[in-house]
Ligand binder design. Structure first.
Ligand code: ADP
Ligand code: MG
Length: 317
């Protein structure tokens, strides 16, 4: 039992009616012998596979603004960021628990819309909503989802496996996601699984903090450096169109929330990937894992500069 959001209380007779309503929206799933309505959910996962667990919280004023972002878009995003983390491990998402802090001005309709945003995207990716927590928030809307998945038979892909000479690849285009993509991106779950089936992926991450920062994470974990080729980085149309001081290349390097896949693999396999383009989204070769420590940006004239490995940092504000 939790403090009740005032409007929710009036219109839905409170938390329990809301939970009951959620429960009726969810359908039976053979992987979920116990779903919403007990003290804990029970899952039946594939024997012998690693279980993947990730959680991500999104906050009003930090990750979205209301009413600029609709309740439905916010619910969708909360699910999407978690799906993107399972994608980064090349895993299969299975079940989610969703904890929400609903502001006092939140209406019955808003709460339902928030739920539909989450649940519809979960449905698209075969994810069962198996539980959560409902609270009242005094400081804006908070949505925290924990997503449980499983590795494929090939195991999870980690950040730490990049090797000298690997090609560095990225899906889609980067930068300027704040203009639209950060709310309605499609997590690269299917793409990651296809890549993992077809190639020997050495390291992978989803680009959430920005290309430079997230490649920095791969390099730190793998104990190597990299050279990025400035001319090859796929810059989004939004990054080109954004006003302000930053160049479009800087936006592609440092903006967060692209939610594309960044991965490394042996050059021979990478070359084949670039030729075959097996995903619905373009795969681009942007650089190489190098013995020099640090992250270097090489221009078309061959000159190099060391990049600061910073992207969006919540503690740096
Ligand atoms: P408890 O007090 O034992 O933690 P709750 O009353 O908080 O249980 O929740 C009852 C059931 O409803 C549990 O199965 C819980 O996981 C589920 N639940 C609560 N809030 C949500 C939500 N926002 N979304 C999905 N399931 C929820
Ligand atoms: Mg309980």
């Amino acid at each position: 039992m939790n403090p009740q959001p005032a409007n929710l209380n009036a219109q839905l007779s409170g938390e329990f009616a809301f939970i009951d309503w959620i429960r009726r929206q969810t359908s039976a799933d053979p992987r979920v012998p116990i779903g919403i309505g007990d003290d804990a959910a029970a899952l039946r996962l594939t024997p012998g596979r690693e279980v993947l667990v990730t959680t991500d919280m999104i906050l009003e004023g930090v990750h979205f603004e209301r009413p600029r972002a609709s309740a439905r878009a916010i619910g969708r995003k909360a699910m999407a960021v978690n799906l993107s983390d399972i994608a980064a491990m090349a895993g299969v998402p299975v079940a989610a628990v969703a904890s929400v802090g609903l502001p006092r001005d939140f209406r019955n309709h808003d709460a339902e819309e928030l739920f539909h945003g989450m649940h519809d995207l979960a449905g698209e990716f075969g994810v069962a909503l198996v539980g959560g927590d409902t609270n009242c928030s005094e400081s804006g809307l908070v949505v925290a989802i924990t997503l449980i998945g499983e590795a494929t038979s090939r195991g999870p892909v980690r950040r730490s496996g990049a090797r000298l000479g690997d090609w560095i690849m990225v899906t889609g285009s980067l930068g300027g996601s704040i203009l639209s993509k950060h709310l309605d991106f499609t997590p690269r779950v299917r793409e990651a699984i296809v890549l993992h089936e077809r190639c020997e992926l050495h390291a992978m991450i989803d680009v959430s903090d920005g290309l430079a920062a997230d490649l920095g994470h791969i390099l730190d974990e793998s104990g190597c450096g990299a050279i990025l080729r400035a001319d090859e980085i796929p810059i989004s149309a939004e990054a080109h169109n954004m006003p302000g001081e930053a160049t479009s290349l800087d936006r592609a390097l440092y903006d967060g929330e692209d939610f594309e896949l960044l991965f490394t693999l042996p050059g021979t396999e990478a070359e084949r990937l670039v030729a075959d383009q097996p995903l619905g989204v373009r795969i681009t070769h942007i650089g190489t894992v190098a013995p020099e420590s640090g992250l270097w940006l090489e221009s078309s004239d061959g000159s190099r500069r060391l990049l600061a490995p910073n992207g969006f940092d919540h503690f740096a504000r």
